[in-house]
Design a protein around this ligand. Structure first.
Ligand code: PEP
Ligand code: MN
Length: 314
């Protein structure tokens, strides 16, 4: 029986002619498109680590954390000036002032910045400051935002929708690519599953890393902070993600001397923990270049659908 609107990963070459591995044989079975963000190379020789606060709250907090992130050896700074909150009565971010603070933090540390844009009307303004634009989980299905960021001339970090299939996630990336921007990094950030909220915030879908890498040549990174929602889980989840072939990590960091974070404090790690994660990520450089995730999936009999896709790409 065929059902309207139903797609499977066998349809990816048709849904994503610009981004699927099968439709772009120049990337071969394992090649990755390197996405360069102000000199930081996603999909390059070593995993990229991005650290920083959930939200830009103040000059002291963000610049202080940026310095700590720099000292930890991480490659980039994160921080939301615009925050998608469950309640409209909660802190919504510091907006334009937050963007100015981010640009000061970059001047102080030299770290490139990734920050979220939520509104198609704000893309120009956010792109003036950001080195990389983040499309959040809640906006992965916002097709007018995807088209607008595709025209912004900046690399995009595309989070997976919390209930999105791999096909929907890749389809969202294709909307960006259709505007002529192929500088896209996919970010797995946890999905809704039956244990969500019982012992972790979401379910970290590690399996999607090698699966996505088989279907597209785009780099794939993992956000262990939102995926777990528990600071003690962030370090082991980071290592697990790297073992599964992640090209990088996006991690929330806090320092309580700047006060309790206004959002997501329970999942934030301190700078010392970030430094250990960075060491692990950067030391795995030699292993990364052998692409263990892809190799092990091939060795363990991929599903017929994945097999068919591999056959198409060879
Ligand atoms: C974030 O990274 O700050 C964020 C809001 O993440 P997500 O869109 O994955 O919930
Ligand atoms: Mn957050």
């Amino acid at each position: 029986m065929r059902i309207a609107g139903q797609v499977s990963i066998d349809d990816i070459p048709k849904i994503c002619p610009l981004l699927s591995r099968a439709a772009n044989p120049q990337y071969g079975e394992k090649g990755t498109r390197v996405v360069n963000v102000a000199g930081v190379r996603f999909g390059g020789e070593r995993p990229v680590v991005i650290g920083g606060p959930c939200a830009v709250e103040s000059h002291a907090q963000t610049v202080g954390l940026a310095r700590a992130v720099k000292r930890s050896g991480a490659d980039m700074l994160r921080g939301g000036a615009y925050k998608p909150r469950t309640s409209p009565h909660d802190f919504q971010g510091s907006g334009l002032e937050g963007l100015c603070i981010l640009s000061v933090a970059r001047e102080e540390t030299g770290l490139p910045i990734v920050t979220e844009v939520m509104d198609p009307r704000m893309v120009g303004e956010v792109a003036q400051v950001a080195d990389m634009l983040q499309v959040g989980s809640r906006n992965m299905h916002n097709y007018s935002l995807l088209a607008e960021v595709g025209r912004a001339g900046k690399p995009i970090l595309l989070k997976r929708g919390m209930s999105a299939s791999l096909c929907e996630w890749l389809g969202a990336a294709e909307y960006i690519a259709k505007q002529g921007n192929l500088d896209i990094v996919l970010c797995e950030r946890g999905i809704r599953g039956f244990p969500s909220g019982e012992y972790s915030r979401y379910v970290l879908d590690l399996n999607v890393i090698p699966a996505a890498k088989m279907l597209t040549f785009l780099p794939v990174v993992v956000d262990p902070s939102h995926a777990t929602g528990v600071s003690a889980m962030v370090e082991p989840a980071s290592r697990a993600a790297l073992e599964m072939g992640s090209h990088g990590l996006l991690i929330e960091v806090a320092d309580l001397t700047f006060g309790d974070p206004k959002c997501d404090g329970l999942q934030a790690i301190d700078a010392a923990t970030l430094a250990r994660i960075v060491l692990f990520a950067h030391e795995k450089r030699g292993v990364r270049s052998q692409e263990p995730g892809v190799r092990s999936t091939e060795e363990t009999q991929p599903s017929s659908a994945l097999n068919a896709t591999l056959a198409l790409s060879s």
